[in-house]
Design a protein around this ligand. Structure first.
Ligand code: CA
Length: 180
């Protein structure tokens, strides 16, 4: 029957039962602290990315909703001699009075609740619209109002100090919209 050559050796028992030294404990604490900081940073970055994605998702939804509203309207005022911007009886700060695309020229505001009142849940967002006539040969060139059949519509939704969702699209003008 075999025996442990070190069994019964007092020096061997002391080495097994001595526990950890202070240096070993400090190293373990340092490693744990470094790992914890790394984990916290990872969670923090993940939280920031999630918040940004959520913010941009709301901004996109606001932009698409406003585009849907604008696309229901003709490119030229259907009821009176068209101007570039709001016509008589329409108010630049009240979208409910708009009846054609270029009424949105220079409009800006916060998301509303559908009744013309600000939506407190989305108060952090700011919307702005830009309208311009552009050249038929080059959509990057601005044309004088009424001198082109193409209108460039743009919606910008600012969700934070540095984040802006931008949506642009073209409309073609139907000059027969206005029927006096
Ligand atoms: Ca109008």
């Amino acid at each position: 029957m075999g025996t442990d050559a070190n069994s019964g050796n007092p020096r061997h028992l002391r080495r097994d039962c001595r526990g950890y030294t202070l240096v070993e404990l400090l190293v373990a604490v340092a490693i744990t602290a470094i790992a914890s900081v790394s984990l916290l940073r990872a969670f923090s970055v993940a939280g920031t990315v999630t918040a940004r994605n959520e913010s941009m998702c709301y901004a996109r939804w606001l932009a698409v909703s406003l585009k849907t509203e604008m696309d229901r309207l003709p490119a030229v005022d259907p009821n009176q001699p068209p101007a570039f911007g709001v016509e008589a009886g329409e108010w630049q700060n009240d979208r409910r009075t708009f009846d054609d695309i270029d009424d949105y020229l220079g409009w800006s505001g916060v998301p509303d609740d559908g009744n013309g009142q600000g939506n407190g849940d989305l108060a952090a967002y700011q919307l702005a619209t830009e309208i311009s006539y552009v050249s038929a040969d080059d959509f990057t060139l601005v044309a004088p109002p009424g001198q082109s059949n193409y209108v460039l519509c743009r919606i910008r939704v600012r969700c934070t100090e540095h984040e802006v969702y931008d949506l642009q699209w073209l409309r073609t003008v139907r000059w027969d919209c206005y029927r006096p």
